[in-house]
Each structure stands twice: as C-alpha cells, then as structure tokens.
Design a protein around this ligand. Structure first.
Ligand SMILES: [Ca+2]
Ligand SMILES: [Ca+2]
Ligand SMILES: [Ca+2]
Ligand SMILES: [Ca+2]
Length: 311
C-alpha cells in the first residue's frame, strides 16, 4: 500500500472514531419541547386548535402519543359507560366535555388513537369514566420518547404537577422517581421496583394502573436520571402546561439491545389520568464507540506497523 494512501486511511479511521463518540441526539434537558421539534406556537395550536401536525416531532426515531382532553367516543351512550363527559373537580359536576387530539406515532408518521376509559373499581358492577377524571387540572396530554447510543430521553406534557407519579419503563421493571416522595428522591432510577396502584380505578381492561414506586419495596437503586420541569405558559382550558423532561443513562437500564421494545407508562398518583406506549429502542446512526473502536484500533496498529516496515 502506498504510504500516502495509508496516511489517508489512518486519518479516515480516526475521523470515524471521533464521529462515533458524538452519536448523541441533540436533546437539551431544559423542560422545553423546542428541541423535540414542538415550538410554543405549535403547542398552542396542538392544544387549542386541535392541529394534529403541530405535535409531530423532528426525530424520525421518536415514539410519541398525544391524548389531549377527552377522546371523542362514539360509543359513550352505549354499553361502555354512561358518561359523555367526565368529572370536573372545578365545578363538582360531570361537565368537563372538552375534546382534543388523540394520535400516536413514530417519527413523522401517526395514526388515530382511541383512549380507553378508566374503570371505577369501588363498585361491583363496572362503571367506566373518561380520562382525565377531574378535568383539565388532571390532564396528561403527551408523551415523547427517543434514544441514542448513550441515553434514553422522555418528555411528558401535563397540566398536573401536584399528583406527579413515577415513570415506569419496560412494563415497570425499571422506575424513575419524578418527585420526592416517602423517602425516595427525584431522579433515582430503580430496577425491579414494586408499584403502588390507583386507589379508585383501573384501566378499562381491569389492569391496575402503576402510579408510584412502592417506598417499602423500591428494588435496587441503579442510577440517577436528569430531570428538568418547565412551565410552558401555554394554556388549554384555562390551565398552563408543564414539560417534565427526563434523561436516563442506558447503562442504568442494563443497556437495552437495539430493536427491543419497552412498554412505557406514566400516571398521576391518583390514577385520574395515565398515558402509555410501547416504544422501541432503535437509534440507528453509528455503532457504539466501544464496538468499533477496538477493531479500528487494531487496523490502525497493523497499518502503522506496515508503514514502519516499508519505510
Ligand atoms: Ca428540551
Ligand atoms: Ca388538556
Ligand atoms: Ca393541559
Ligand atoms: Ca390518559
């Protein structure tokens, strides 16, 4: 191999290593959705004008789900429950009737989504209640997820902070504490935690709603997540909306293999609203640094030795 070509080869190999170390997505954990591709203008349109396109994130690998206000349920007067509207804590009546966008997607592609009802478990006969029970101040409107070689990123949009629950990953096999409670501290990541459930409702299917990590049995503390909460000052139904933005190290999650899925869930401590989506670990850019660094280092060493031998 001519010496000049070898030089170029070595340089190219070094550049690949450098590029691999910079394969992180550009999410800034600052309590804002701007870096996900949702500006404040779009947020206002998505919330108040029911503009579906306003909710679409920039990243082609982002998983997301939107469920603002009530789902327009054509079956509301049939067998599934008596209520067209839901309980409104502000008026003390069943008169929260506002309906909003319900879609879920990956990247720029999305489909309509039917939000299930809550099942009131305090009654023997099933009683079904639309989410968010309590009205706007209990609404969780959106969940975004994305990942790169190093981190997983989450953003929850909600009008409720007083009942902030914990984030459940991989069907609850991992939990992230989003608010100090019962001796657990915000940011703690636990493996194999037990979960507390909503005291009054389950999912429509009868499955319990995981709300917060059980402080008596939190599992193994494996790491610390970065969490920043921001007030968007964008209102819908007269209440502002907050962004809970979260970054978790993949090593804390046992380094999930690319292509695997995870059922991601978030609920208020009371269970008045919950949001969930099966998401995919699918960052697809450049191989992880360690997986290419060793072979490349070996190649560089061989080329270097040959250069020395030839010179
Ligand atoms: Ca951000
Ligand atoms: Ca709302
Ligand atoms: Ca809201
Ligand atoms: Ca919900």
């Amino acid at each position: 191999m001519p010496r000049e070509i070898m030089r170029k080869f070595v340089l190219a190999a070094l550049l690949i290593i450098l590029a691999a170390t910079e394969s992180c997505l550009a999410y800034n954990i600052d309590g804002s959705l701007e870096d996900w591709g949702i500006t404040l203008d779009e947020l206002a349109k998505g919330l108040n004008d029911d503009d579906e396109n306003a909710w679409i994130p920039d990243s082609p690998t982002a998983d997301w789900i939107i469920e603002n206000d009530l789902y327009t349920d054509p079956h509301h007067s049939g067998t599934r429950g008596p209520y067209a509207c839901t309980w409104n804590a502000d008026t003390g009546r069943w008169d929260f009737c506002s309906r909003g966008v319900h879609i879920k997607g990956i990247g720029q592609t999305f489909v309509p989504y039917e939000e299930p009802k809550l099942r009131d478990k305090r009654y023997i006969l099933p009683v079904y209640v639309p989410q968010p029970s309590g009205g706007e101040r209990w609404d969780i409107e959106a969940l975004y997820f994305d990942d790169d070689g190093k981190y997983v990123y989450f953003a929850v949009l909600t009008s409720n902070l007083s009942g902030t629950g914990d984030l459940a990953l991989n069907d609850g096999k991992y939990g992230v504490v989003l608010r100090d409670h019962d001796g657990l501290s915000r940011g703690q990541v636990y493996r194999n935690p037990s979960w507390l459930n909503s005291y009054w409702c389950t999912k429509e299917s009868g499955e319990e709603i995981k709300t917060v990590i059980d402080p008596q049995n939190p599992g193994t503390l494996v790491g610390t997540a970065l969490i920043v909460i921001g007030d968007t000052n964008v209102c819908d139904n007269g209440v502002t909306n907050y962004v809970i933005e979260i970054r978790v190290n993949k090593t804390d999650l046992g380094y999930p293999i690319n292509g695997t899925t995870s059922n991601l869930g978030y609920a208020l401590t009371c269970g008045n609203d919950y949001i969930e989506k099966v998401v995919k670990y699918d960052y697809d850019t450049i191989p992880e640094f360690p997986s290419i660094a060793m072979p490349l280092a070996a190649i560089i060493a061989i080329v270097y030795l040959r250069m020395r031998t030839n010179s």
